[in-house]
Write a protein that binds this ligand. Sequence first.
Ligand code: ATP
Ligand code: MG
Length: 601
Amino acid sequence: MLETVSGTATAAVETIPGYPAGHAVRPNISDYAAFRSGFSWDSARRELDGLPAGGLNIAHETVDRHAAGARANRVALRWLGKNGSIQDISYARLREGSNRFANVLRQLGVGAGERVYILTGRIPALYIAALGTWKNRSVVCTLFSAFGPEPIRARMALGDARALVTTPMLYQRKILPILSQLPGLRHVLLAREPGEDESVAGTLDLAQLLGEASEQFSIAPTDPEEAALLHFTSGTTGTPKGAVHVHQAVLTHHATGKLVLDLHPEDIFWCTADPGWVTGTSYGIIAPLSNGVTSIVDEADFDAERWYRILEEHKVSVWYTAPTAIRMMMKTGLAPLAGRKLPALRYLASVGEPLNPEAVRWGVTAFGLPFHDNWWQTETGGIMIANFPALDVRPGSMGMPVPGIEAAIVRTSKACDSVDVSVAIVEEPGVEGELALRPGWPSMFREYLNEPERYAKCFAGGWYLTGDLARRDADGYFWFVGRKDDVIKTSGHLIGPFEVESVLMEHPAVAEAGVIGKPDPVALEVVKAFVALRSGYAPSDALKKDIMAHARKRLGAVVAPKEIDFQQSLPKTRSGKIMRRLLKARELGLPEGDVSTLESM
Ligand code: ATP
Ligand code: MG
């Protein structure tokens, strides 16, 4: 039996107030425990409208109901072009644009349930197309525009894409080489930039079609259980899976937007994720719009200087970003922030990977506010565990379950001669096990596309098994340990990579760290770390020794890395997650497996 060891668990718990003291705006939940006990998804449903014709449709809840009321002229999307242009799109205009797109699909004969793929950068056409697709009761699948032709082909073939919205440049470079392998694709609609007026054989002009279409559209009755979204996972642990979500997922998006991201009607919200990933649709499109706020869409890629300017100039009040971006800002240092005034900024949140305590503290140094870590997956569709505004932040913890979500730490074992897995709940605080959720929340995935067996394997004993390991402390905060696949087994102990990486990040020279188990004839595995340095530090043996000494002091000899390698930067998915499986494969000289989501370095 392996015993779990932890290097820092005995340290006193550090807390940071979750909300700025004396701020004019107060959190949407002031008492987490009381709110949680009174919450039900039925009560959350009462905050939404439902369709006049019956059922529930994401586009009605996010756009039409606001466009028909007092918020019609409020800016829904503020689009910031790469070149400095700004376009404000009100709820009324978003309704009109998405109505036109829905009419275009209808005229083309694209039906309910058929899949409409969107492969563009972050441009207004993406948002109009997604919303119009939901109005037509077709299924949205957004793809990250930096993918090469093969990952695009694989995802379009798996989802049997019926229509595609893309740009002339992406079409030429990425679709033409694979077009003959997509027999189900009937329509390609090109969103052109002004001045890009060449027509391309075999394609349709999106702007022209929108211009000719009616701006009136009434959404047909939509069953809340109808498919609305197909999203591929990040591919961190293997081949990406296609998770299918339904229209009533909007309940989770709306509720978590309000309760976790603390959206208030006058907020200016910025989610930095690309809609090619689930965060960019759930929280870059659906949650802010259903809550009626103004959402910033930046076409450009990460640049610390530009990001700080956006926060200041557009008076962003709630900011949702990712650990990889925070680490990049930390790497750049505070100089680009000097002189900026951000009085509107009230709430910071992060998702996608574990957020190292050092990054939470850095938020306080840089912005006077902690980053609120929250945990979820493509499969869960929305935030499940979070640091809430009314609770103290415990740096390094993912927080507590969202109201309406039952989370547990469980032990699983396979029954003898059977495919059945038995599940036992771990009640004791501080003990590690698999993080499990009680199925039934509105944004839970309804299938892995074309992989029913894989889907079935995610559920056992009345739980959804997440594949992540975590522990819960005596106060109910959940702490991420690592993915099941990434946990290291050494000399009879189990070690979670996150704790080791977080301690390495405390060293002033370390910008990023990825930790793996390296096979060892004696210990089974030994802890090996890959480290990228902050600017101003150069690799040397002396520095390696210093980092090792820091790790040993903080973690003890069993948990601290036995080996450290310096790297320029660590391999990551295009959504910014460290790919430990690739560090391991490269270390061992093994095949790299599916690298379709690997960021080009
Ligand atoms: P794949 O399933 O294809 O391997 P992936 O799991 O990275 O890729 P996503 O669904 O994008 O795909 O990511 C969800 C996973 O990201 C979670 O299961 C967890 O491992 C990690 N994660 C997300 N947020 C957090 C967080 N706040 N703390 C720790 N881990 C997180
Ligand atoms: Mg996953």
